[in-house]
Design a protein around this ligand. Sequence first.
Ligand code: PLP
Length: 398
Amino acid sequence: MAGAELIGKEELKEIEVLFETGIFARYSLDKERQGIWKVRDFEKVFAKYFGSQYALGVSSGSSALKIALTALDVGPGDEVICPAFTFMATYEAVLEVGAMPVMADIDDTLNLDPDDIPNKITPRTKAIIPVHMCGAPARMDKIMRVAKKHKLLVLEDNAQACGASIKGKMTGTFGQMGIFSFDHYKTITTGEGGMILTDDLDLYHRAEWYHDHGHDHLSTVSRALDGRTILGFNYRMNEIQGGIGLAQLRKLNRVLAAQRKNKAAIEAILAPIPGLKFRAVPDPNGDSATHLAFNLPTAEQAKTFQKALKAEGIDTVCFKDNFWHYVPNWEHFLSKSTAQTKSPFTDRRNRKATYSRKAIPRAEDLLGRTLIMGISVKMPAARMKAIRKAAANAAKVL
Ligand SMILES: *Cc1c(COP(=O)(O)O)cnc(C)c1O
């Protein structure tokens, strides 16, 4: 909830000027906009912050995934390996481009298990989407090695870990492309919005063209005179989102510092509890700390502990039970209920992929005994005290 907690006069100041020019569109209208380019500026500072060559602001994290897959030329006949623990948009984006999502297991980082990738590779596998869930990175060093060995493209879904890093390298910059989301719940927010990062100029061009009907954005006279080489669609970000994004990005370091401090304080409270273990994080300094994840030896103990915390007003999520973030719980996905009658599922040329719980033993075990607590920027002393009291009571029932 980080960024949303801090919405204030800085965001308002960024967009006020747009109400003077009346230009909310990101492209063209050069004279009328009086030199104001909010989305363009947001992209520039975003790319710089993350140490990436190119950034493209788009309408959402979901559209960012679809645009990136399109730029990477993933389509019908291709398979894309995704972790079993992710938000549904990762799988939806693969289906949107006509490809087949292939489910893989997670490891103790709660993210895509690099060792399970080879088990899921077929001659049709074209790409992998590691997802950095709940603020902390997947084992990207190993995932990149596996990808290189098998000549697979890597698109990082970094919607949930804006600001995370591994030994100083930001998540979202390991693969050929990385995406971010700025929806209400993400680390920084523009209400709705997304960003794509890449160091590859060709991929950037393809994404940029595709997200705006093929426009090459080269005309200095009029948008109507833009050239075009490929067809596209409309996934543009607007100037209001760009302005809010600029103000939010300036708050990102403060958000990360506050979350890390609060997470460390709660970790210290929970650490002495016998049998309780924290989620593995490849580089503890690089956790964006939006969440604190810990596990207990058995699912029963986790349930008991969760109930006891809840009785004291402290909420945690067991993602094995979650409706939107765990493949085996997506009944409409499992029954292949798409909006249109024809889909990658009904294409006979596609291999039947399995989404059975048996295919993901580590996710079934780990997620079933892991509890995840949201970390806010603002966690006053009273809240910390409540967590301390709840944890002490919950520890007694174990
Ligand atoms: C939020 C989210 C998305 C989608 O982002 P939207 O901006 O909400 O479309 C994609 N992947 C993950 C892992 C997410 O959490």
